[in-house]
Ligand binder design. Sequence first.
Ligand SMILES: [Zn+2]
Length: 101
Amino acid sequence: MDYEGIRSSNCTKCKEAMILVSHKFKPPQKSDVAGWKIVKLLLDKGFRFGSVYTPLDKNILLKVTYPTTLEETKEFVKLYEPSPNAALLDNYEALKQGKFK
Ligand SMILES: [Zn+2]
């Protein structure tokens, strides 16, 4: 994805700054409070729902599945939290560019 030339904009309803996420993001149902808690935690930690990879071996990256429970999410965040520079990148790109901690 091309993140050049992105402008920040605010929500027309609540005026909060909007967060650009990957097209892969699947929003929970409006009534799914637990689901939105997970989304908020992931966003707060810099995840943007792009693909997340973990190094499996030398030059081998394994694609990681996003968590579905709050417990899993806390673990996921600890393991895969992107560095600030990598927040807008798929971590695959970040790993390639050496921006992933
Ligand atoms: Zn809003």
